[in-house]
Design a protein around this ligand. Structure first.
Ligand code: SF4
Ligand code: SF4
Length: 147
């Protein structure tokens, strides 16, 4: 689901490119390579929740292990413009510099809010079986059962 305006995202991308390029703004936190899911919040508005425990199965030590071949090996992997539109980037990401007034991005939730959206997260987990490691998903489900 797209949470952000395409034209604003294009302009942001252009700004990053002319300000030293994308690489310069990435701190390699790995968050945009972790699962995030769009949920309905208490106010009825969609927002994207980051699930830090569920990285893409190709993320190793916060680096992509298939970067050159990612389009072939990871069809779910989004380019930067699509990722910006979808809201994949988190608040601390350098790609969002200067975009705080309009950008709707992913965020990790405190435990009480996570509790609220957990049923929505669990409901759609099975549709992410390709990008995720089965072991990580099992551990996440087990931890959710124990809450
Ligand atoms: S969220 Fe931003 S800073 Fe973190 S890895 Fe992705 S592009 Fe880099
Ligand atoms: S395939 Fe894409 S989502 Fe997965 S680790 Fe590599 S860059 Fe990140």
């Amino acid at each position: 689901m797209k949470l952000n305006d395409r034209q604003l995202c294009k302009a942001q991308l252009q700004k990053l490119k002319s300000d030293g390029g994308l690489e310069r703004h990435c701190s390699r936190c790995g968050d945009c390579c972790r699962l995030s899911i769009v949920v309905q919040g208490g106010d009825g508005k969609p927002s994207r929740v980051l699930i830090p425990e569920l990285p893409c199965k190709f993320l190793k030590d916060n680096k992509c292990s298939v970067y050159k071949d990612r389009q072939e090996k990871a069809p779910w992997c989004q380019d930067t413009l699509s990722g910006l539109e979808a809201g994949l980037y988190t608040g601390g990401c350098g790609y969002l510099k200067g975009s705080d007034k309009w950008y709707n991005g992913s965020q990790a939730l405190p435990a009480d809010l996570m509790e609220y959206v957990l049923p929505q997260v669990l409901d759609c987990l099975d549709s992410f079986s390709d990008p995720l490691s089965a072991d990580d998903v099992s551990r996440f489900k087990e931890a959710a059962r124990r809450r």
